[in-house]
Ligand binder design. Structure first.
Ligand SMILES: [Zn+2]
Length: 295
């Protein structure tokens, strides 16, 4: 008899335990984890097209690559009362570079990049405000767009910033010389201590490399373009704390809107592919200054 009671109790315990167990997954689900029984059926995903599929007419493809790489900051130069170069037939650089910028934005967005523009109207932000757009991100690439007033039509040049003075640091320059000072400058930049005027300095190597890669591609695309990039004190690049380049298409002189648009379309594709080649979609964000380690 006693044995039967124990057995009954044992069975009740088993039933109670199994009841608790069956309630457990519901609790777990509330907390966000899923048991196999309760995993909802995966959404019906359409077969993904190959990565190299030609871009669709629709500017917002549903299957854009997942992107964790740099934010592309596009700077249409000039704006507002600063019109830049002007053609004989009334086209002004500030408007054409804005069109180029929008073309470039579409090109990058098609490839899954996040894109920000320093202006998207006829405003004229200060150099600092333009740089600040890029400096708000930990991992950005700044691309400034110009059209030259003169020069061989159908060519393109890439610039990266060249400081006139070899080394300036926010702290007193050490007696040990330029190398130490450069290192201190980079360290100061990594700590966010660098002045706006010096913001580009720690990124010069990256900027030069980017400019060279792009110019090499542009030279193939646009015959007559210089084979290498130009180092120059392009003011809007100086305060950018990220790899920064300026691309200048030639030229407004004697150009009509059709030839400029065709040039812009060729240029944007080349820029996008060059950056993609350096920084593939899906790459991990860089930790920033060149001193942090480069490829
Ligand atoms: Zn310009």
């Amino acid at each position: 008899m006693l044995f039967a009671v124990r057995r009954l109790l044992f069975i009740i315990l088993i039933l109670a335990a199994s009841g608790l167990l069956s309630a457990a997954p519901a609790i777990a689900w509330q907390e966000g984890s899923q048991t196999p029984e309760q995993v909802p059926a995966p959404p019906q995903t359409p077969p993904t097209p190959p990565q190299q599929a030609p871009p669709a007419q629709n500017p917002a493809p549903p299957a854009a690559p997942v992107h964790t790489g740099p934010v592309i900051v596009i700077n249409p130069a000039h704006g507002g009362t600063d019109e830049g170069a002007r053609t004989d037939n009334g086209l002004v650089e500030k408007n054409v570079v804005l069109i180029f910028a929008r073309m470039l934005r579409s090109e990058f967005e098609r490839q899954g990049f996040r894109v920000v523009m320093t202006r998207n109207d006829d405003s004229n932000p200060s150099y600092e405000d333009r740089a600040a757009v890029a400096n708000a991100y930990r991992d950005a690439i700044f691309i400034s767009l110009h059209i030259s007033s003169t020069g061989q039509t159908g060519t393109a040049r890439t610039y990266s910033y060249q400081f006139s003075n070899p080394v300036v640091t926010v702290t007193a320059a050490p007696a040990a010389g330029a190398e130490n000072a450069a290192r201190e400058s980079a360290v100061a930049a990594s700590k966010g201590l660098v002045t706006w005027e010096e913001a580009q300095r720690p990124y010069m190597v990256s900027s030069h490399r980017l400019a060279d890669v792009l110019q090499s591609a542009l030279a193939q695309k646009f015959a007559g373009s210089p084979p290498t990039a130009t180092r120059f004190a392009v003011r809007e690049l100086r305060s950018v704390a990220a790899p920064a380049i300026a691309v200048e298409v030639s030229s407004m002189s004697g150009a009509d809107s059709n030839s400029l648009l065709a040039m812009g379309a060729s240029m944007t594709g080349t820029v996008e592919r060059s950056i993609q080649a350096l920084r593939p979609v899906g790459s991990q964000p860089a930790s920033a200054p060149d001193t942090a380690g480069t490829k």
